[in-house]
Design a protein. Structure first.
Length: 212
């Protein structure tokens, strides 16, 4: 038996004395009366094997989730010293915005060199420092995205990444944030390489969190 507080759910099919069986919980869940708030829910995982230029998420369930989490693992390209980047779409991935509405700032350390990068207008978000062209020169990152489904707000992101270069002997780390300065519904995400001409390898997973 599972205990649920009396005021946690409204039951229309039986009286609630504060105790629900597992089957009753499943029924409530299926009827959207027992909504799961504040927890990560997997939307989609994609694994790229070097056969295409991009990883696109075209069904991000932006009307369901208030916050999205994008996790990139083992990312590298068919070319050395390439930057993994992200663009957003307002037409379900038919096109991806490439104007100057992306603003960002991040700090990075590459080997022992520290730097800061700022931009008030560019055509993408940078997600990871340079990666290489083999499995020992990869990048990993997590990025939180906010307000994607809200047509009245800008879309924001924060991200943290680590990467390896020089056959695995070099390293880099970044931490930053950005804003897409258009009030519109974002309903697709693209991961791609800086020159948009080298195929991608690695895994990308998109999660959602809902609070309302």
């Amino acid at each position: 038996m599972s205990y649920i507080p009396k005021d946690a759910v409204t039951q229309s099919f039986r009286s609630n004395k504060g105790v629900l069986t597992p089957n009753q919980i499943i029924e409530l869940d299926n009827e959207n009366k027992f909504t799961k708030y504040g927890q990560l829910e997997l939307i989609q995982t994609q694994t790229a094997s070097g056969s295409g230029l991009n990883i696109d998420f075209t069904n991000i369930e932006e009307t369901t989730y208030n916050v999205h989490l994008l996790i990139l693992s083992g990312i590298f390209f068919a070319g050395t010293n390439k930057l993994p980047r992200m663009r957003l779409s307002n037409d379900s991935g038919t096109t991806f915005e490439s104007g100057t509405n992306y603003q960002e700032a991040y700090q990075s350390i590459v080997a022992s060199t520290f730097s800061e990068v700022k931009s008030a207008g560019q055509g993408y978000f940078n997600l990871i420092n340079n990666v290489g062209d083999e499995a020992t020169e990869v990048g990993n990152s997590y990025t939180y995205l906010y307000n994607l489904g809200d047509i009245t707000k800008y879309s924001f992101c924060t991200y943290h990444s680590t990467s390896q270069t020089s056959g695995g002997t070099g390293y880099a780390s970044t931490f930053g944030s950005g804003v897409y300065t258009q009030e519109e519904t974002i309903n697709a995400i693209r991961i791609f390489e800086a020159t948009a001409s080298h195929n991608i390898t690695g895994t990308a997973s998109l999660y959602g969190l809902r609070f309302s």
